[in-house]
Design a protein. Structure first.
Length: 61
């Protein structure tokens, strides 16, 4: 289950990077870490927010 989630996350992240690469050809790209596994990617007027977790992991897991 965990490896499947990681695989899907990697595929999604690759698709996002492809999108950003097209935008980055003309403008600088900003990557901001939001904590745990969340990021924002900004390119020009576009902002992409990534958070692969629907709920935060518990402290005792």
């Amino acid at each position: 289950m965990q490896s499947q989630r990681l695989r899907h996350g990697a595929v999604l992240f690759g698709a996002v990077l492809a999108f950003v690469a097209v935008e980055a050809a003309a403008q600088p790209v900003k990557l901001r870490w939001l904590g745990v596994a969340g990021f924002t990617i900004e390119a020009g007027d576009s902002v992409l927010v990534l958070d692969p977790y629907l709920s935060r992991p518990g402290l005792l897991r």
